[in-house]
Write a protein that binds this ligand. Structure first.
Ligand code: GDP
Length: 536
């Protein structure tokens, strides 16, 4: 397949936008995400030698790794989004946090991409974290390309792996390549899309595979490269695969109903280029963004972008933050004035950052599909829209009700105001939910995973010099209260003990009993309690 032939549903895109591929990698820890990222960058010419990303890898973060990274913010930020070129394509790889405690952050990251690469370990198949992340991609019908890694180790039978993906994830799987042998006997793959043989070089891990162009599986040249027994097995398996498995349908991939699968070994650089070609071909190019009151098309002339992530305190001495913005439309230039839709105020974007793999760089220009970083002092929050045109607001960037609640107090009661400031900042960054109860003092902090309390405690101490205590709270659930103003008022007045406000001032109902939630739904038909809210 030529690299200009792409699956497209938007033929009107300017060439600069059409060549962009913005995607994330989803995987279970240890499947090989970091290794694959390194090899992407290697082929993208962004790094000279594989091994440089390892320090940035977020996958197996222990708490101490995490804190080290927090100190080293510059590094973790540049690892959050990476841009590099492959052939004539511009790839934007957005990192998803590896730890399951950060699933909300992950969810929002996935709102900023047009596709996901799902990496699975050939011996382990679909693991829990992969499954969870896949479900999130499915909510948005994201196209998924699958890479089955570690074929140089004992892996499962190829059909078994494909079946497991089909069964567990309810998605059609079509083989883009077929492995030849496995473990010690793994020779390489037969490229089913291009009728090529790709042979792995075990001696040089960074070497591009040797490619042999063939005239189909019966080409006698096969015998020069593959021992008879393996060749027979390959021919049988491919025949069976072609009979039993669906053929590649680019439209179905685009709609998220089908995933092509490549087999390879990231550590041996094997199968990586074929996967990259797959991303280029089935990627797809930047897609329209959900927004209110209308969708934003990437080819629109006016620049629009939305914040999907905020990272604060890159330099603890200055309370600055970087907002990660996915450009949804247009051609952005440095210095441009955009309207901040929430406040309706103009903002000059004078020092935007592009994340060019190894370095951060000032972005002179960027196009729809790109991720830019905008340093700011707190004006930009997750979910915010910036635009050159009409007042559109990007939608579909939700905030989830936390699953764990604890009350938080400053070690020194005189420092309550400082604590409030610190907590509000983390709430805006999306690192935690912070609720101020209508009754009593103190704050209730909500997170999705327990590790977040520790990280938060350490960050408040480190960045604000403020020791804090987290204690069990009498509440275990939080729900946002929606409804007409007077209905909400009547409800809050009658349930004061349960009411708090989040950092946006929105009303939240706190409780420890599902029974309470059911009761409210029964007794107050005019208000609804919701476990998610759209970020404002
Ligand atoms: P992550 O947790 O998903 O980022 O996984 P890493 O990329 O850190 O890889 C986890 C472990 O698997 C590391 O020890 C890698 O060296 C190893 N690994 C990655 N890819 C391969 C592969 O293709 N074959 C083998 N045998 N090991 C691999």
């Amino acid at each position: 397949m030529s690299d200009t032939q792409t699956a497209t549903n938007r033929p009107a895109l300017p060439a600069e936008i059409a060549r962009r591929r913005t995607f994330a990698i989803i995987s279970h820890p240890d499947a090989g995400k970091t290794t694959l990222t390194e090899k992407f960058l290697l082929y993208g010419g962004a790094i000279q030698m594989a091994g440089q990303v390892r320090a940035k890898g977020e996958a197996r973060r222990t708490r101490s790794d995490f804190m080290q990274m927090e100190k080293d913010r510059g590094i973790s930020v540049s690892a959050s989004a990476m841009s590099f070129d492959f052939k004539h394509f511009r790839f934007n790889l957005v990192d998803t946090p590896g730890h399951s405690d950060f699933s909300e952050d992950t969810y929002r990251t996935l709102t900023a991409v047009d596709a996901a690469v799902m990496v699975i370990d050939g011996a382990k198949g679909v693991e829990s974290q992969t499954q969870k992340l896949f479900e999130v991609c499915r909510l948005r019908d994201l196209p998924i390309l699958t890479f089955c890694n570690k074929m140089d180790r004992e892996a499962r039978d190829t059909f078994e792996i494909i079946d497991e993906i089909q069964e567990n994830l309810a998605i059609d799987v079509t083989p883009a390549s077929w492995p030849i042998g496995m473990g010690r006997d793994f020779l390489g793959c037969y490229d089913l899309l291009n009728d090529r043989l790709e042979l792995m070089d075990r001696a040089d891990r960074n070497k591009v595979a040797e490619t042999i162009t063939l005239n189909g599986l019966d080409d006698p040249a096969m015998e020069d490269h593959i021992p008879a027994a393996l060749l027979e097995q390959l021919r049988e398996e491919v025949e069976m695969a072609r009979e039993l498995l669906p053929t590649l349908d680019p439209q179905s991939v685009l709609e998220g109903h089908m995933t092509p699968i490549w087999f390879g070994s990231a550590i041996n650089s094997f199968g990586v280029q074929e996967l990259m070609e797959g991303i280029a071909t089935y990627g797809p190019e930047p897609q329209p963004q959900r927004a209110s009151p209308r969708e934003i098309a990437p080819e629109e002339k006016k620049v629009t972008g939305f914040v999907f992530k905020v990272q604060a305190n890159m330099d603890p001495k200055h309370r600055d933050r970087v907002a990660f913005v996915r450009l949804a439309s247009g051609h952005f230039h440095r210095g441009m004035k955009l309207t901040h839709v929430r406040s309706k105020k103009p903002m000059a974007i004078s020092n935007p950052v592009l994340f060019l793999a190894s370095d951060r760089e000032l972005a002179e220009e960027a196009w729809a599909g790109d991720i830019i970083g905008i340093p700011n002092h707190g004006q930009l929050r997750i979910g915010d829209t910036l635009t050159e045109g009409e007042m559109l607001k990007a939608t579909g960037i939700p905030s989830f009700a936390p699953e764990l609640l604890q009350s938080c107090r400053a070690g020194d009661p005189m420092k309550a105001k400082h604590l409030e400031k610190a907590l509000m900042q983390f709430a805006e960054e999306g690192a935690a939910k912070v609720f101020k109860p209508a009754f009593g003092s103190g704050f209730i902090v909500g997170v999705v995973g327990a590790l977040q309390f520790e990280v938060l405690g350490s960050r408040i101490e480190l960045e604000y010099g403020l020791p804090v205590r987290f204690e069990g709270s009498q509440f275990t659930s939080a729900r946002w209260v929606h409804g007409q103003k007077d209905a909400v008022e009547k409800f809050t007045n009658a349930n004061k003990q349960h009411i708090a406000h989040d950092h946006d001032g929105d009303v939240v109902y706190l409780t420890r009993l599902q029974w309470d939630i059911d009761r409210v739904e029964r007794d107050y038909p005019d208000v609804t309690l919701s476990a998610t809210k759209e970020m404002l």
